[in-house]
Design a protein around this ligand. Structure first.
Ligand code: NDP
Ligand code: 2IT
Length: 369
């Protein structure tokens, strides 16, 4: 299915999710969020989301390819480089995008981009695979600088989700001087006080198989718990939920606050329940809302569209620098709106909502409602 929610500021744009939980209600809320997230990037992209309740875990490459091809047999007529540009999301990475784009090309007989997060050889952008996780850390850097006059150095960080977003967030946090002490996937949580070996996590997560439970085989000092929510019980300064919706509930929020966590930034879409979000706010935990903090992925998707449209290939450094600037700008705009409308400079939830909404609202008025 695909929900095309708003195209006031650009072609419909958003990820494709393959997961057994996919239904119309989840797609609608993700597409709705995507409108304002995409607006925050300042790039011309509308909001959409799509997917299927197909579970790629344990499927062969051939089965995944056949599913992708059949998915496109219906979707192809509704997408295009100026109409709707899907990308990856949970369960959909460069491999699946390759199969989807390949089938689209076979039907339409054109090399126009139309999908982002493609493999590099198929027209993908360098830096797209890293973009959401790296962008999240760039956003957190701004939060630390503005509200604490501090940085990542020596901070204890926990990251849920060892997928595309989580593994890259962990990698960048480490590059910026943090110690990532725990990471999780659907099999459970690995806790390593020596610092998580992100290269191993990245290596293991190349397949759709669970990986975290294999970590202790090579890292005997680490401990493993099969309960995914146990990650929120591990003392940390910064928590980066990068797995799925509603993974931090009120109980987990209380554990985090009790153990000294002072900053939470969402790499996933809506990983924090409303009650947990309120608890963070009333306990002075700095909070980065997903539509701002995880916008780096779609921002680099926008840069991939720009490269495809102009037949250019930018270097990793060029893309990463642009991503860094975009994340800083998203923070600045959300912060300004928080000061202006929420009366609380750190209310980035209100700030990002208003900053994202204003452009879409003005475009819709200009175009006649
Ligand atoms: P992936 O499928 O690559 O990774 C998801 C990871 O989360 C996997 O390691 C998965 O484990 C794990 N997981 C799933 N459920 C749980 C759980 N309950 N507890 C702990 N771990 C769990 O997806 P992405 O990294 O692409 O997406 C993650 C989140 O980020 C989603 O909310 C997505 O919408 C959002 N997002 C993604 C962007 C992107 O560009 N990819 C951009 C912006 C937001 P397993 O593999 O074992 O199932
Ligand atoms: O939730 C998201 O922002 C994504 N899955 C990325 C969307 C995109 O079009 O790159």
């Amino acid at each position: 299915m695909r929900v095309q929610f708003n195209s006031a500021i650009g072609p419909y744009k958003g990820g494709t999710r393959f997961h057994q939980s996919v239904n119309e209600s989840i797609m609608k809320f993700l597409a709705f969020e995507q409108i304002f997230k995409n607006s925050l990037t300042c790039l011309p992209m509308g909001g959409a989301k799509g997917g299927a309740d197909f579970d790629p875990h344990g499927k062969s490459d051939n089965e995944i390819m056949r599913f992708c091809q059949n998915y496109i047999l219906e979707l192809y007529r509704h997408i295009g480089p100026r109409m709707d540009v899907p990308a990856g999301d949970v369960g959909v990475g460069a491999k699946e995008i390759g199969y989807l784009y390949g089938m689209y090309k076979r039907i339409e007989n054109e090399f126009s981009g139309t999908f982002t997060s493609k493999g590099i050889e198929s027209g993908g952008s360098l830096g797209r695979a890293e973009a959401t996780g790296y962008g999240l850390c760039y956003f957190v850097e701004e939060m630390l600088k503005e509200f604490k006059n501090d940085d990542f150095k020596d901070k204890r960080v926990i990251v849920s989700g060892a997928g595309k977003v989580g593994s890259m967030a962990a990698e960048k946090a480490i590059q910026l001087g943090a110690k990532v002490v725990a990471i999780s996937d659907i099999s459970g949580v690995v806790h390593d006080e020596n610092g998580i070996d992100v290269n191993l996590i990245k290596e293991l997560s190349k397949t759709h198989n669970v990986v975290v439970d294999k970590y202790t085989l090579t890292h005997p000092d680490a401990t493993f718990s099969p309960q995914t929510t146990d990650i929120w019980k591990i003392p940390c300064d910064i928590a980066l939920p990068c797995a799925t919706e509603n993974e931090i509930n009120l109980e987990s929020a209380k554990e985090l606050v009790k153990n000294g966590c002072f900053l939470v930034a969402e790499g996933a879409n809506m990983p924090t329940t409303t009650e947990a979000t309120k608890y963070f706010r009333t306990n002075n935990v700095l909070f980065g809302p997903g539509k701002a903090s995880n916008a780096g992925g779609v921002a680099v998707s926008g840069l991939e569209m720009a490269q495809n449209a102009t037949f250019q290939c930018w270097s990793f450094e060029e893309v990463d620098e642009k991503l860094h600037k975009i994340m800083k700008k998203i923070f600045r705009r959300s912060h300004e709106m928080a000061i202006r409308y929420a009366g609380r400079p750190d209310d980035l939830i209100t700030g990002a909502n208003i900053a994202g909404f204003m452009k879409v609202y003005q475009a819709m008025l200009q175009q006649g409602v």
